[in-house]
Write a protein that binds this ligand. Sequence first.
Ligand code: XMP
Length: 351
Amino acid sequence: SWTMVNIAEEQIEAIRAQVGDKRAICGLSGGVDSAVAAALVQRAIGDQLTCVFVDHGLLRKGEPEQVEKDFVAATGVNLHVVDAQERFLDALAGVVDPEEKRKIIGREFIRVFEAAAREIAFGDRSEARIAEGGSSRGSGGSSPRGRQGEDAAEPVEFLVQGTLYPDVVESGGGTGAANIKSHHNVGGLPDDLQFRLVEPLRALFKDEVRALGEQLGLPAEIVWRQPFPGPGLGIRIIGEVTRERLDILRDADAIAREELTRAGLDREVWQFPVVLLADVRSVGVQGDGRTYGHPVVLRPVTSEDAMTADWARLPYDVLQKISTRITNEVREINRVVVDVTSKPPGTIEWE
Ligand code: XMP
């Protein structure tokens, strides 16, 4: 639309004026806000921007690929990918408590992100900042799937954030790193992060961000993606998070999403968590045999802003299709239940 063309052009000018010839980084979560913010900044300053994607292994099926391939294809952005799956799994081993999971995931995310920022700026992983014109930027082997900005000796001054207008209002309208809402990233970035912020979406609501994303040519799968929590599938496994459990949940979740899309209900449903009750087993029967598998919970909700929510009245035939497919296709799952709790008293997520 005209409005979106204007907003895009206005913001691109403003970003150029703010950033000048300096460098910027942007963390990509796979969500729409960070993607649109990054795409906009990329239009403004091109290769001065490097995006960082921390693959913590808690994403849904196809999401890392979406960021790595589709987003890069649509924008041509420099992308620095960190495969941190092992690190997150190790840190989460044995942890059951939801808040503890969140803290660990947030902490690990910040460490990995900061290390990536240093690596982009200075070309190595050391704490020590290499003096300008100093030693080389290292082997380059540390980022096998990423491309580096051209001048790695230049420090990164700016951090791009996908902060929206409701975030600004909710957090009191202040400025500065302390203002970054924790739900915006995984656990939030620390106050002492040494960056100046670029927040090109500060005046926009979610629907406007989506329109802008379309205007910028981002794929529909990114633009129309439902909200997804920073801690990802880590808080949708009730019990310890393990690689095997993540794989089970990813399979079940992919089926639920596929059927929702097939039914044309993506935009009616605010979010559709699928939750694995990993420490629960129940008896079932399949073919000739008795099974003793795990249940998954379907948690489709409608909402305006996630502050309150209602359980979505999905058509019975859609529920039935999801149930049949999950129990047929995911060996470890023998029971599918639907959560019919509104928020309050339930939250959208189970943890
Ligand atoms: P609840 O479960 O509190 O969730 O009803 C409200 C909305 O926030 C999302 N959510 C999170 N997002 N980090 C995030 O980035 C988190 O720790 C987190 N916890 C919940 C949730 O998916 C829903 O959209």
